[in-house]
Every structure is written in structure tokens, then in C-alpha cells.
Ligand binder design. Structure first.
Ligand code: DC
Length: 233
């Protein structure tokens, strides 16, 4: 069976990870949320006391840190486990500090180069659902399916806020909205690989859609693309 590449991009909390993970499971594909890689570099910089504004040092770290995304090693609600140089940092990468600094770190060209290289290697043989900000535009411009999920700022802030509450993290909705807004701005205005839909992406506004509705819609798109790829091969 033909195994295609599926790129899902969109702003923070637009539903990319939830939908990407469900689609990958249905298809038996590998799922990779590339945001965790930028988060892991940010965490490593904070952990080692590397100043975030020191682009050269942060880039060197991105080139040397070993990031692994593996099946969940603990049953605590995680979708997968993230290791940085062998240490489990699955929850640490969701901390308010990482949230604050991940957008500036991911704007560094050298950091993006290092992450893009790894992501392309992972997707080389197809059979992958890759989620991020620049997957359809930069990382996998040849992906057979490119989806761009979006939702209103208020809806995305509410979704993120609920996630924090479920994890017992103490934040206010105003803090969450501020962070989402700030990251949207940095991610879409940076020089290298800014957040935007690829020209051939299908844009879906999920503001008033349920997860089931988004899954149905995107699965139909993906199944049609797989059928077309099989006919072609
Ligand atoms: O999807 P997320 O919120 O976990 O992503 C964290 C940050 O990483 C986001 O603010 C921008 C950056 N990112 C990126 O620049 N490119 C990607 N492909 C994925 C994430």
C-alpha cells in the first residue's frame, strides 16, 4: 500500500496535534509533532543556563542535543515520551518558561536548519503525519496532503486553558491568551519559515467544529489522496 506524507500546520492550539495523532493511529502511520523538538531545544537551553538571546550558543545546542520521541513510557495521559540526551522531559517542555521562550528560539535560522534536517530524515520513506508551523511550506513541500488548521484566538485560548487545568497547572485565561497571542505574532512574522498556509494547503477553520467533525473531514481528504497516489504508482 502506498504510504504518503501528510503535513498539518496551524497556530498554537488550533487542534493540529489532536487531529494529527488520531489520523496517524487510523492509518498506522508515524506521528511527529515537530513543536516538541523546538520545545526540547528551549528546555535544554534553560536547563543549562544558556542565555536565550545568545543565538550562536542556542544553535550549537540544537545541533548537538539528542532528541527522541518514543512511545509513551509512563501512563500519565501523555501521547508519547520526549527524551533529551536520554532524560525524560515530556512534561517539562510544557512549562510556562518553555512557552515563553520557544518562539524566539524557533526563530533562529540555525536552530530551524538543524530541526528541519532531522524532520526530513524521519519522513523520508513516507507513512508519516507531521505537525508544525512550516511542514507544508518548508519541511515537506512534496507532501501529498497539506492541511492548515485554524481557530479563533478565543477558542484556542480556551482549549489551551482547559489542558492546563486538567494537568493541575495554575494559570489564568488572560495569561494563556497573552501567551498564545504573543507566539502567534512571533511565529507568523519571523524571517525564516514563518507560519502561513502553503499555496496548495486545504485550510479548515475548526472554531465551531467538534474533534469528530474535524477527523471525519480530514480523514476523507487523506483517504482520497491515498487512493490517488495508489492509482498513480
Ligand atoms: O505546536 P507548539 O505550540 O508545541 O510549538 C511550539 C513552538 O515551536 C511554536 O511557538 C513555534 C515553534 N514551531 C516552529 O517554529 N516550527 C514548527 N514546525 C513547530 C513548532
Amino acid at each position: 500500500m502506498t504510504r504518503i506524507k501528510i503535513a498539518i500546520d496551524g497556530p498554537a492550539a488550533s487542534g493540529k496535534s489532536t487531529i494529527g495523532c488520531i489520523l496517524a493511529e487510523k492509518l498506522g502511520y508515524l506521528y511527529l509533532d515537530t513543536g516538541v523538538m523546538y520545545r526540547a531545544v528551549t528546555w535544554a537551553a534553560l536547563d543549562r543556563g544558556v542565555p536565550i538571546e545568545d543565538e550562536e550558543a542556542v544553535t550549537r545546542l540544537a545541533e548537538t542535543v539528542t532528541i527522541e520521541v518514543i512511545p509513551a513510557t509512563v501512563e500519565d495521559g501523555r501521547q508519547y515520551s520526549i527524551l533529551a540526551n536520554g532524560r525524560d522531559i515530556t512534561w517539562e517542555i510544557r512549562s510556562p518558561d518553555v512557552n515563553r521562550y520557544v518562539s524566539p528560539v524557533s526563530a533562529y535560522q540555525g536552530v530551524r536548519r538543524a530541526m528541519t534536517q532531522q524532520q526530513r530524515r524521519i519522513a523520508r520513506d513516507g507513512g508519516v503525519v507531521m505537525v508544525g508551523r512550516d511542514i507544508g511550506t518548508v519541511v515537506l513541500p512534496d507532501a501529498e496532503v497539506k492541511l492548515y488548521l485554524d481557530a479563533s484566538l478565543e477558542e484556542r485560548s480556551q482549549r489551551r486553558y482547559l489542558e492546563y487545568q486538567q494537568r493541575g497547572q495554575c494559570v489564568t485565561i488572560d495569561e494563556v491568551r497573552e501567551n498564545v497571542m504573543l507566539r502567534d505574532r512571533i511565529d507568523s512574522t519571523r524571517d525564516t519559515a514563518p507560519l502561513r498556509p502553503a499555496e496548495d494547503a486545504i485550510v479548515i477553520d475548526t472554531t465551531s467544529m467538534s474533534i469528530t467533525e474535524v477527523v471525519e473531514r480530514t480523514e476523507a481528504i487523506v483517504r482520497a489522496a491515498i487512493a490517488a497516489a495508489e492509482k498513480r504508482d
